[in-house]
Design a protein around this ligand. Structure first.
Ligand SMILES: Nc1nc2c(c(=O)[nH]1)N[C@H]1C(S)=C(S)[C@@H](COP(=O)(O)O)O[C@H]1N2
Ligand SMILES: [Mo]
Length: 332
């Protein structure tokens, strides 16, 4: 991953929409808590059978159109955000998705990915493993839209409205057993469609992991849409993660597998270069990447640099997760 500055045609000051949403932590917690309880009540019973019929032989286009009917999701305005939204066109044409190439202009190539029907596998240390059709899963989840900042380890950032549901709701549905301490997630493996996966020196499929405490934190979010619409392929449809207090590489795209495990997963980038990319990867402006500073970031589409914040500005929600772990490499 290299630092890349936006090209002149990406810089467009007048496209950004100021958006101020202020913290109301108590109502946020109520909202999220209710959603998780709801998902837990639905439980896992019948997931397997329901999943068999969910796609019902419909084409990718028909299934995509059905999923689109759920949009827009209700807005959750309880998460503080103090940055203008990134222009949709800018965010949609500047992506990291190594499956489709090791550069930012992968949006066209990524359209080749067939994102329906799409099966999600839930396995490992859970009461009973199952697979579920992605739309069946979405139908059971508490859906909402949240505006999050996203900070790439390459020192660029964006602010986007994600549609989706709390990862905690999926964890509740999966019913992890007491031995589960981590959640490992994996992307599809289809080298015939994703030409980047023909490059055998990368450890495909893309893998990421969180502790169970991180996965059930209120901010950990599974994404099915952006800008009030279904997620375009280049953003990692049909299901990707958003963990906004961590460097962007943790936010794994196009997930097919969730595995609960007692062992700490090794992520894609950690396997490639453990001295530069670690398990925790929390944003910290004071801990430089071995090859560049993390003190500031280029705000995509604006041509401006702003100071980077500890935990990307989400310390209030997540700092408690790391109490007592101070000796570890929490920040890369
Ligand atoms: N499967 C997969 N997920 C991925 C990546 C990737 O290459 N493959 N890149 C990561 C990185 S480095 C970043 S910054 C974000 C980029 O998300 P965006 O393209 O939606 O902005 O996706 C993350 N998730
Ligand atoms: Mo990134």
């Amino acid at each position: 991953m290299l630092i890349k500055r936006p090209r002149p045609w990406e810089i467009s000051e007048n496209h950004v929409t100021p958006e101020h949403v202020f913290l109301n932590r108590r109502s946020f917690l109520r909202h999220t808590g209710a959603g998780i309880a709801g998902a837990a009540v639905l439980g896992v019973a019948g997931c397997g059978e329901a999943a068999e019929t969910a796609s019902g032989g419909d084409s990718e286009a028909q299934l995509t159109a059905k999923a689109a009917e759920l949009f827009p999701y209700p807005k959750n305005t309880d998460i503080p955000i103090d940055r203008p939204l990134t222009d949709e066109e800018v965010a949609s044409t500047y992506n990291n998705f190594y499956e489709f190439g090791s550069h930012k202009r992968i949006s066209r190539a990524a359209q080749a990915l067939e994102t329906r029907p799409w099966r999600i596998e839930i396995k490992g240390d859970v009461e009973s493993p199952f697979t579920i059709d992605v739309d069946e899963l979405i139908a059971r989840m508490p859906l909402e839209e949240r505006i999050y900042r996203h900070r790439c380890v390459e020192a660029w950032s964006m602010t986007v409205p994600w549609s989706g549901f709390p990862l905690a709701a999926l964890v509740a549905m999966a019913k992890p057993t007491s031995s589960a301490r981590y959640l490992k997630m994996q992307t599809f493996l289809k080298p015939s469609v994703a030409s980047g996966q023909k490059q055998s020196w990368y450890p495909w499929p893309y893998t990421e992991g969180l502790t169970l405490a991180e996965a059930t934190n209120e901010l950990a979010f599974l994404v099915t849409g952006i800008y009030g619409k279904p997620l375009p392929e280049q953003f990692g449809s049909p299901l990707r993660l958003a963990v906004p207090w961590k460097y962007g590489f943790k936010s794994i795209k196009s997930i097919v597998r969730f595995e609960f495990t007692s062992r700490k997963p090794v992520s894609f980038w950690e396997e490639i270069q453990p001295s530069e990319y670690g398990f925790w990867a929390n944003v910290n402006p004071e801990v430089p990447h071995p090859r560049w500073s993390q003190a500031s970031e280029e705000v995509l589409g604006t041509g401006r640099r702003v100071p980077t914040l500890l935990f990307n500005g989400y310390a209030e929600q997540v700092a408690g997760l790391y109490k007592g772990l101070e000796g570890q490499k929490l920040y890369f």
